[in-house]
Design a protein around this ligand. Sequence first.
Ligand code: MLT
Length: 409
Amino acid sequence: MATINDRYLYLKAGYLFPEIARRVNAFAEANPSAKIIKLGIGDVTEPLPEACRAAMIKAVEEMGDRATFRGYGPEQGYPWLREKIAEQDFKARRCDIDASEIFISDGSKCDTGNILDIFGKDNAIAVTDPVYPVYVDTNVMAGNTGPANEAGQYEGLIYLPISAANDFTAAIPSQKVDLIYLCFPNNPTGATATKEHLQQWVEYALANGSIILFDAAYEAFITDPTIPHSIYEIDGARNCAIEFRSFSKNAGFTGTRCALTVVPKTITGKASDGSDVELWKLWNRRHSTKFNGVSYVVQRAAEAVYSPEGQAQVKALVSFYLENAKIICEKLTAAGLTVYGGVNSPYVWVQAPTGLSSWEFFDKLLEKANVVGTPGSGFGSAGEGYFRISAFNSRENVEEAMKRILENL
Ligand code: MLT
């Protein structure tokens, strides 16, 4: 009989978002007339930018003509896309990143999980608490943890608490950590990191031979010019950080699928014989063995993000969601709730009304206001008592959701 990877049995029954969907579907079935508004999972609602659609249509036509048809592309992505990313996302911000260090993929969620393929099993791994659950669950699946305790924390992981007291930015650990996941603007709390804060992490990583796994999926939402968009804006990060980015939230590609991971050629890790090995070589090997690349049509759509029209349209899209976030913050604050984030981020992190746990607040809002958010405790035990509201929805739905929440607090 075939055996299984029984580390999967350590996982909580459902990944957070499918679990929420399950509860919402059960409620909808029992209450078919309820008009449910979903501000839970950070899924975009507004149409793809015109520039991306036009590029896709053109690419589809090319695929219909023998002369311009494309089969397999380079697994790492087409050079014309990688070069635009290198120029506009990195070099324009004085980040020294070469196109060859950029790997195009179908999602940051996949990449933040897949990256574990190239690391050993004996690393000390740190995550914040609360945290985007994918970082934790993929480590459980990879066999990097023991079982979870009562609080849902996995043996072997180092949890760095984040809260209002530390502006939702983790203190540099006192012990030695080999891999550290950082996400800024932060999912779920909406917090951002200053240059000085990231500088401390980079210095720590360089001093300890650690690697920072930096998730910048929400960088497009940064409007404050003092906040870095990329870890590579920090001196030394080329030697210690891998960065993940996505077209999902800036250009609305959650259903279209395109992302990128940057692995600088200057980062190394230790092999068991003590030699230093370039991570770029390992990731390149992994990527070209297990992945056949993002479709030509989608890469053309992603390329269009970097055209002048694409840039203007993406900016408008991001501003639209940021305005939603502002409305959410203003309405909830006026109603007496304490809110965080929602300024350089599409996520608003709300303190549940006194006496209510995250899931109790979730149930109350679902049942009374027919509004779905995400319970903070689903992101880790330190998220208990908090609730995440996503600004990804139509203006009409955001306004209606706020009206209903305020009537039912
Ligand atoms: C979230 O709601 O946290 C995100 O949508 C999850 C994701 O991007 O995978």
